[in-house]
Design a protein around this ligand. Sequence first.
Ligand code: NAD
Length: 484
Amino acid sequence: MKDTVSLWFDPAKCLIAGEWIAPAQGGTLPLYDPSTGEQIGEIARGTAADIDAAVAAAQAARDGVWGRTPAAERGRILMRLGKLVEARVDELAAIEAQDVGKPLKQARADAVALARYMEFYGGAADKLHGETIPYLDGYTVYTLREPHGVTGHIVPWNYPMQIIGRSVGAALATGNACVLKPAEDACLTALAFAALAKEAGLPDGALNVVPGLGSEAGAALSAHPGIQHISFTGSVATGAAVQAAAAANVVPVTLELGGKSPQVVFGDADLDAALPFLVNAGIQNCGQTCSASSRILVERSRYDELVARMAERYAGLRVGRAVDDLDVGPLISAKQRGIVSGFLDQGSDLEVAGRPELRDLPEGGYYVAPTLFAGVKGDHALAQKEIFGPVQVVIPFDDEAEAVAIANGTDYGLVASIWTQNGARQMRLAKAIRAGQVFINNYGAGGGVELPFGGVGKSGHGREKGFEAMYGFTSLKTVAAFHG
Ligand code: NAD
C-alpha cells in the first residue's frame, strides 16, 4: 500500500493453517483507493484450490488442538485478541479508511466495535450451556450445545471489521473453526485481524482467510461439502445463490441482506432529538449500510418542518477524502457509483429537497452528492429498492394505519424506528412493523454488539450479534439416559 498506512501482513497472501501463502494459482487482484480512484496495491486472488486447503486446515484444527480447547480458554484467546485490536485501533482505522473510503472517525468506530465483539464473545464463551429436561421416571435427559464444526463466513466490503467481529467472533467462541472469504473490494482488515488472532495465540487453522472474487473463492466456499454452516452478508441475489449452493449439501445458512429501513416520525415527536438520527442513519458510510434508514415517513402535520430541517442539514454536509474525515466519503467503487447514479436518474421526477455542493474533490474518486428527495410516494422505485448510497426519501402519511402500511410496504424488514411520545403507539407499532430490530425514539442504539440483529423477508434470516448468534453457531444435542 502507498503512503500513510503500514501493514503487518502481506495482502497478496492467504492465511491457511497458520501460514501466509500465495494463492495456489498465484493470482492477484488490483486494490484501489476509493478516495482517489488510484491503484494502491494488489491483493490475493484465492480460488477453489485455496478454499479446499482452508477447509481442510479448519477441519484439522477442529479435530486437533482447537477442538480440545476448553470454552474458558477460547474466551481468553478472544479477549487477548480484543486487546490487540484495541492497541491497533488507529492503524486499523487508517487501513479501513483507505480501503473502503470511509471517513476516519467512522472507520475508527468499526475498529472499536471489533475489539468490543472480541470482549463480548470472549466473555460469553464459557457461559453457553445446555439444560436438563424433566422426563419419565428412570431417565435423566440433558442437552449439549455443540459447535457445527467448520463454518464459512462470506463478508461484504461495507463494514468488514464489524461483520467479521459479529460472525467470526461468535463462531470461534462456540468452538467452530472458520474459513473467512472477505470482499474483493475491501479485504485488508480481515487479514490484519487474522494476523492479530495468530499473535493472540489462536491455534493454527482455527481461522483461515482466503481473499478473492465472489464468483471464484466465494462460490467455492458456499458449495463446499466440508462446511457445516455459512454466514453471508451482502446482496439479495448473491445471498440466494449462496443459500442454493449450501442447500445441495443441506448446510444451514444465516443471511443478512440489507433493507429499506423506515424511520416513522409522528406529529408529537421531539424533532430536535430525532434530526441527527434521521440524517446520519442515511448518510453514514456514504449510505452503504445494510441498516441505513433510506425512508423517512412523517405525519403530514410536521412534514414541511421536517423536510426544511433535514434539507438544511443536507446542504451543510461536507464530502471529501476518507483522510479528511468529513461527514461523507466516496462510494466503494466505480461500479457502485454507477449503480447509485442510475438510481438518482430514476428520481428525476422527484423534488430534490436537499443536496450539498461538491467541491475540491480528487478527480478519480468515486463521489456522489448526498441527496434528499421529498414528497415521495411509498411505491416509487426510490422508496422500494435498496440504493446503497447517500440517498433518502421523505414520505408523508396521514394516520397510524397508513404509516404501518407504508413501513411494511417493501420486500425488506431489517430495522425500523418510531418517533413519538405516545407510549401506547410506541408499543402498537413495535409489534405491527415487520423488522428484526425496532427502535423507539432512537435509531441503531449505537450499534450494540449485545443486541440480536437480522431481518425478515428479503432482509434475510437468522440472527447475528448478542447471545442469539451463539445459538446459531451451535447445534443442540439431546442426551436421554435410562438408568432405571
Ligand atoms: P455481493 O453480495 O455480490 O458481495 C458480498 C460478498 O459475497 C463478497 O465477499 C463477494 O465476494 C461474495 N460473493 C459474490 N458473489 C458470490 C457468489 N456467487 N458466491 C459466494 N460469494 C459471492 O455484493 P456487491 O456486489 O459487493 O454489492 C452489490 C449490492 O449488494 C450493493 O449495491 C448492495 O445493495 C448490496 N450489499 C449489501 C450489503 C449488506 O450489508 N447487506 C453489503 C454489501 C452489498
